[in-house]
Design a protein around this ligand. Structure first.
Ligand code: PLP
Length: 468
């Protein structure tokens, strides 16, 4: 991207052709007149018009640059506008843009092969979808048919997507709010996963939390009836609901319970997969092999919508002679698969996973712990790789969450203030409830990580004033 310096108010140079506020206003006008937005009161939507992005930055039509600590819904593991991925998409577009999934296509097969190569154990087959929710829909369908059992268990504090089964799996009542939408599916039960900071099991150590969470899960299995349960669906590291890293032994314990009761283990790696934790899949950190893995996002950094299910040989063999009752028009779309091949290849060549692991261990983790020492509003920081949460509290002793509350007749919104201060400082974070999530691209440099943390550090003074 050609850069020219301009008086944008930002110290960094801005892309050529900017600022162009009139163009920005037109972009917003079309959006507000004709777009219907996800998870939003439509009247409250106020989107920032984005003109472009490169690497770890994107910019608006005013020419203001933002360090992307959101990775755009945790998609851009390889960053914005990676030249090798863009070239792979262009090359595919020149050759053929669409060929139905009944045909074999070079990039489609190559993407499946690369994914099978990096997946653990005998997870050798890939069913492509358009995103994460569909991946979970199909993984559950496969598990139900494979086991001949109807029920699925998933954790409270989870996000598995916005479609019928996926939203039912999602362990977050705020997402189930509209009973009239009729979108929930049945035969889903929930359990509590480990979360030591707010332990449901009165645990004080990781070992206790792990042991008690597994005992609780076994109780739920027993009370639901093991012979009725097809699968347990679990985010390996819980993402949207708090970046909860499982204690050592938990995932192995889940695997063991699944084996004992003939239940399939579905690892939802939609957010945690493809480098986010510093490994191809987060399960790799604990050496656990699920029966099915669902993925999306990082598989091609979201350049073209793509998700999927990776199947073990045993689950695959269920459908060797019996047709799988399901499919999607765009399964294995050539442009999306070309983007996946370009992404995975570039990640291998450039050591992107290693970078994420190192920056997390050497810069982001220590940096956030130092920030926590300085700010009384920080209750806990946790994460690994480039997958971190800063949990904000009103009181470190009681761990009361720092969520919006009535303060002398006015509604105080501390997290909103922190987010606004981050943006003001030139960094775009993710936030959810009482947490700021620090989720930059896996390609982030040491200096960029330090820059973002310094902005967050300053922004957190906005939260500190609500402490006590
Ligand atoms: N599963 C997890 C763990 C996710 O984080 C998400 C999205 O954030 C989904 C599933 C749903 O993916 P999609 O929005 O692509 O349907």
């Amino acid at each position: 991207v050609p850069m020219s310096s301009s008086a944008s108010g930002s110290s960094a140079p801005v892309p050529a052709g900017l600022p162009d506020p009139e163009a920005g206003a037109r972009v917003v006008a079309d959006d507000r007149a004709h777009l219907f937005h996800s998870w939003a009161a439509q009247g409250a939507v106020n989107p920032m018009p984005v003109a472009g992005g490169e690497g770890r930055y994107f910019w608006d039509y005013e020419g203001r640059r933002y360090l992307d600590f959101s990775s755009q819904f945790i998609n851009l593991n390889i960053g914005h506008a990676h030249p090798k991925v863009v070239a792979a998409i262009k090359d595919q577009a020149d050759r053929i843009c669409m060929i139905a999934s009944t045909f074999a296509n070079d990039r489609r097969g190559e993407a499946a092969r690369l994914i099978a190569e990096i997946a653990p154990g005998d997870l050798n087959r890939v069913f492509f979808t358009n995103g994460g929710a569909e991946a979970n829909e199909h993984a559950v369908r496969m598990a139900r048919i494979h086991t001949g059992r109807p029920k699925v268990l998933s954790a409270y504090r989870s996000y598995h997507g916005g479609t019928a089964t996926a939203i039912s799996l999602t362990g977050d009542p705020r997402r189930w709010a509209n009973e009239n939408s009729g979108s929930a599916s049945g035969n889903v039960a929930h359990f509590f996963g480990p979360y030591l900071y707010r332990s449901h099991f009165h645990a004080t150590t990781e070992a206790e939390e792990c042991e008690r969470a597994l005992a609780h899960l076994e109780q739920v299995i027993t009370f639901e009836g093991p012979s009725t349960i097809a699968a347990i669906v679990l985010e390996t590291v819980v993402g949207t609901a708090g970046i909860l890293v499982p204690p050592p032994g938990y995932l192995a314990g889940v695997r063991e319970l699944c084996d004992r009761y003939g239940i399939l283990y579905i690892a939802d790696e939609v957010m945690s997969g493809f480098g986010r934790t510093g490994a191809w899949f987060a399960v790799d950190h604990w050496g656990v092999t699920p029966d099915l893995i669902t993925f999306a996002k990082g598989v091609n950094s979201g350049y073209v919508p793509l998700g999927g299910v990776i199947l073990s040989d045993a689950v695959h063999d269920t459908f060797r002679d019996v047709a799988y009752p399901g499919g999607l028009t765009y399964s294995g779309h050539p442009l999306a698969c070309a983007a996946a091949v370009g992404t995975i290849t570039a990640m291998r060549e450039e050591g992107v996973n290693e970078n994420a692991a190192r920056v997390g261990a050497e810069i982001i983790g220590p940096g956030l712990r130092e920030i926590a020492d300085r700010h009384p509003s920080v209750g806990e920081v946790r994460g690994l790789g480039v997958f971190w949460a800063v949990e904000l509290v009103r009181d470190r002793e009681t761990r009361e969450m720092l969520v919006p509350y009535a303060a002398g007749g006015e509604l105080a919104r501390p997290v909103d203030e922190v987010v606004a201060a981050c943006k003001e400082g030139g960094m775009w974070p993710v936030y959810n409830y009482n947490r700021i999530h620090v989720v930059p691209p896996c390609t982030i440099t040491d200096d960029e990580a330090r820059e973002g943390l310094a902005i967050l550090d300053q922004a957190l003074y906005a939260a500190d004033k609500y402490v006590g």
